[in-house]
Design a protein around this ligand. Sequence first.
Ligand code: PRX
Length: 674
Amino acid sequence: MSMSVEYDRIMTEGDNQLEARLAEQEVFEPSKSFVEQANVSDPEIYEEFEENWPECWEAAADLLEWETDYDQVLDDSDPPFYEWFTGGELNASANCLDRHLDERGDEAAIEWVGEPVDEDDRTYTYEELHREVNEFAAALRERGVEEDDVVTMYMPMIPELPIAMLACARIGAPHSVVFAGFSADALATRMNSAESEYLVTCDGYYRRGDPLDHLDKANQGLAGVEHDTTTVVVDRLGPNGDDFGHDLGGDQVDYGDLVAEHEGAEVEPVTRDAEDMLFLMYTSGTTGKPKGVKHTTGGYLSWASWTSQSVLDIEPDDTYFCSADIGWITGHSYIVYGPLSLGTTTMMYEGTPDHPERDRLWEIIEEYEATQLYTAPTAIRAFMKWGEEFPDRHDLSSLRLLGTVGEPINPRAWKWYYRHIGDEECPVVDTWWQTETGGMMVTTLPGVKDMKPGAAGPALPGLDVQILDTFGDEVEPGKAGYLTVQKPWPGMLRTLYNNDERYIDEYWAEYSDTGSDDPDDWVYFPEDGAKIDDDGYITVLGRVDDVLNVSGHRLGTMEIESAIVGVEGVAEAAVVGGNHDIKGEAVYAYVTTEDGYEGTDELREAIVAGVEDAIGPIARPEQVVFTPDLPKTRSGKIMRRLLENIADGEELGNTSTLRNPDIVEEIQQKANAE
Ligand code: PRX
């Protein structure tokens, strides 16, 4: 963990420009028509939850159907190993399926849109989804899966992924979904770590019109698994996958055959304790070894459900669209568990937003009359770069709410989304949270709070979020500090799989008295930098290791990037710190331009001026390098580490996890030529 030793100096110096900027921040009110129908519109909720904590979280538990009522909302006798809704029993699959059958059996649970246009879209009603989940649950059982066995899934955005997840939940087998874009090695590491003996995968999927072999990669991964495994393979491609020459046999079975063999089977949902594991999700940490984040049945599901209802404003009659991948936590909480627990229609799209054209998402939203769109800033910046002509081709008036997640969104992208997608009618919720938090933590309640572009918002009701300095004292409004969560919440991770020690080290040690058994002495630290304004709105500055220290001034790379992206003609920017003899660190900026703009000297000057105007001369970039693309992982995150290598004139690090490895050398050459 990199906490700056310069911190105390910065704390006392202040930053007038930053304060001036915050004071000028624009505020947007949610529209009257939205507020009138919002699931949560009473501002008293913040006070009520604070006064009635932790019992306030019965509101979340009440959204679920319990087989046995819980006897305690929170057991905090052994911090930080908190337990929620103790004594309660339930099943997640029954909550997402069975209880909706009477009223919504014929309504769509999943609307799936395949990548090939109009070819193989599928609708699963709640009844149909329930049937296939039962059949696959019976098949998994027959193949030997028992309660508490971890089943790994390595699948793209096809309906069999949520079906397999819900089938596991039904028989009490935790799932561990590995993002399909991850490598074979990543799959093996995760299966070994979880000692997972079962894999559900598929032959392949479509990417920009072409069938892509996925089973080959899965097989390479399986070769690195240290124990015996059974694999179920979904046939996604049909005859289009024949060229890959896969023959199943031995320990590999066809998904379609299994489901057919168990046609009409019914599997009684297994009764799970509230604290029993629902799933594992591996995520990157400060070390190279991924962390297995453990989420529970009662706490996680109630959190996913409550935040879906109060923040995404989901109602059963909605057609809700989240464009994330289920291979990440966003898809778990806000494509599968949250929406289905509320009995709504959740959409899934297999492809990319620019295939066959750059209006594909808008076309889908128009066709299905989607009511919400939840996506990521990186996507919004791409849409912006492509231009508003693409959304303008479609009627997007069915949309009621927009959301973003995953990284800070700069005000310019926020406003573009608000105007060009939401027609200034839809509130935009900028939701800060993490794999570990299970669901949203810091964001506006759209029916209650005004929006401030660039700031995620206040903490949700019932959460105590504080911005602290290195000594654990709260920072003044407008000053940079570290985001902390002072009280537990139902959706929190319970521990790291088989590693309680690392759980404490990674998330609690920084600000807690780890010898204490008083919960007040325990503070959760998500490793993000942030600042808060006088209204309690939190602006997340990024991971703490993305915060630069230039001449003793603390600068969020995100903040500089936001300034650069605010310059006309700039599409995307990544800023890193490079070593500097005098300043300690200097700012290096890597910038892509919007279509129709060139990386000219004028634009470079405009960028430098833009940064100086927004933050001050201290943040002036040492170098601005124009590039056609930024180095990105397959999930779209910019690999700043490689840019740091370039800034420092070092040898390039590993580029194998990039989706565009060639770009790095190109940027290096450009940087050296300047
Ligand atoms: O740095 C924060 C950033 O993403 C991190 C969590 O990443 P992950 O566990 O992959 O989960 C992503 C989906 C929830 C956080 O520590 N982050 C996430 N949302 C935001 C954000 N940063 C700023 N604003 C957000 N809305």
